[in-house]
Design a binder for this molecule. Structure first.
Ligand code: HEM
Length: 455
């Protein structure tokens, strides 16, 4: 068994061309990168960072069931550091990650989700009442507004009247997180490198502007944390729970830790859910039979206030259709672990420092696992739910997305309310195409659609 050598030309292209391929043609990159007959490829997309990208089921299973003290995920997420801060659970590894994740896990349990239901449904219904009828608009933008307000209300505990102030401060900050240019100024350790050109611009430069926007957000969050520490604010919100949660030694989180976890939830839960809902709108337009089957299912659980929140668990077909949308269009193309020791995975040896990436996009379209992988067929999830390493839109193992139930809960409410109210079609001449928005894979042009009252 040979130790694989990362070959910058492995894909038959120089590194720059590989990078251009990965950024501008992500679908083809994640499907066509493998040499004939192989499911794993070792490359060096970024200088000195060798990585194995795999859509092999044994590889992914071994990563998800492997030792988290050897397979560091936080190190692989450093790129998010300028936005989520040093204490984010996304960036932590080892004992500290285990400790903080344990503290946060109960905040995502079923009863907790159910307490957010009426707020989420109200946000969705208020938004839908404003959607323009018979006019083209980018549905992704509407989804972003919904998912932002959901996180602000349920996680940050923001009152309805304060939402505009929070949105105004946060949106410019979030824009950095989705700007592909921002990637180029973040070092591999997650620190920002101010280019010489920018320094010459003094306080008018890009960096000082980023810092002003970030300081503004931090000041606002500090005020919110102090208000909640003083016992004001919604006790059901995640912020109230982050404040009252205690580790085994009786200690709680500091203000900085709470601030970073709030930002983590916003970054991890806002754009991802909005993007997935946008892809779902595209699929349900292209395969109308799915929309009609969902409409029939939700009509059995309709109340004067909208979808019956106690019946969300019974929406089996809707749930399967959401999963199928996440299979065809996973929002994040891969999850990565950085090795802290030499290991052997799926029969190949890798040295310490190597990155091992599970290709979500690649596995979701692996014809060995998924029959007719490009077809949109929710029934497949009713017939065979698949193994956790076959269907991995939320990653897996010790790092599985903490907000998975939250995301499904929110998406079920949103889709039920939309399908009950509207029919829709894609904008004239538009075909959904996948583009990269920093780390996510989103529909080009924000998925333009035209809605009309449901017939
Ligand atoms: C459709 C929506 C979402 C998708 C596709 C998604 C996907 C992911 C993925 C792929 C990971 C990395 C897992 C790994 O490394 O194995 C992750 C981690 C995480 N997600 Fe999500 N996510 C979504 C929604 C949410 C929501 C709504 C929240 C919170 C409100 C959230 C909070 C988190 C957190 C805190 C982590 C870090 C977990 C850890 O490192 O231990 N996510 N998510």
């Amino acid at each position: 068994m040979q130790r694989p050598q990362p070959d910058v030309r492995k894909l038959g292209l120089p590194r720059v061309a590989q990078g251009v391929w990965a950024i501008f043609k992500p679908a083809s990159f994640f499907l066509d990168m493998y040499p004939e007959g192989e499911e794993t490829v070792e490359i060096e997309l970024i200088p000195d960072i060798p990585v194995a990208i795999s859509r092999n089921p044994d590889f992914i299973r071994e990563i998800f069931t492997g030792n988290p003290d050897i397979l560091y995920a936080g190190l692989g997420n450093r790129i998010l550091r300028p936005i989520v801060g040093d204490y984010s659970v996304l960036l932590l590894d080892g004992a500290r990650h285990k400790r903080d994740r344990k503290l946060m896990t109960p905040m995502f349990h079923g009863n907790q989700m159910r307490s957010y239901g009426p707020q989420i449904r109200k946000i969705v219904r208020d938004s839908l009442a404003q959607w323009p009828v018979n006019e083209e608009f980018a549905v992704h933008e509407q989804m972003q507004e919904i998912t932002l307000d959901v996180i602000l209300s349920t996680v940050f505990g923001v009152e309805e009247s304060e939402l505009p102030t929070f949105r105004d401060a946060l949106i410019p900050f979030l824009d950095y997180g989705t700007n592909p240019l921002f990637l180029f100024v973040i070092g591999t350790d997650g620190t920002l490198h101010r280019p010489k050109m920018d320094k010459m611009l003094g306080p008018l430069g890009y960096f000082p502007k980023f810092e002003r926007v970030r300081n503004n957000v931090y000041a606002m969050l500090q005020e919110q944390i102090e208000k909640f520490r003083a016992g004001e604010g919604n006790p059901e919100s995640m912020l109230a729970q982050l404040i009252s949660a205690r580790f085994q030694d009786g200690m709680g989180l500091s203000d900085e830790e709470i601030r970073d976890e709030l930002m983590t939830m916003l970054i991890a839960g806002h754009e991802t859910t909005a993007t997935s809902l946008s892809w779902t709108m595209g699929w349900f337009e292209q395969v109308p039979a799915v929309r009609y089957a969902i409409r029939a299912e939700i009509q059995e659980h309709w109340t004067d206030d909208g979808i019956d929140l106690d019946a969300l668990g019974q929406l089996k077909y809707t749930f399967a259709a959401l999963k199928e949308s996440l299979r065809r269009n996973p929002v994040l193309p891969l999850v990565i672990r950085i090795l802290q020791e030499d290991v052997e995975v799926a029969g190949r040896k890798y040295p310490k420092g190597f990155g091992l990436a599970c290709s979500i996009y690649g596995m979701h379209h692996n014809p060995e696992i998924w029959e007719d992988p490009f077809a949109f067929r929710p029934e497949r999830f009713l017939e065979h739910p698949g193994k956790p390493w076959h269907f991995l839109p939320f990653g897996g193992g010790h790092r599985t997305c903490l907000g998975m139930s939250f995301a499904y809960y929110e998406m079920k409410i949103a889709i039920a309310e939309i399908i009950n109210r509207f029919d829709w079609q894609l904008a004239d001449g538009y075909t959904p195409k996948m583009v990269r928005r920093n780390i996510t894979l989103a529909p080009a042009k924000g998925m333009p659609i035209k809605v009309r009252p449901a017939g």
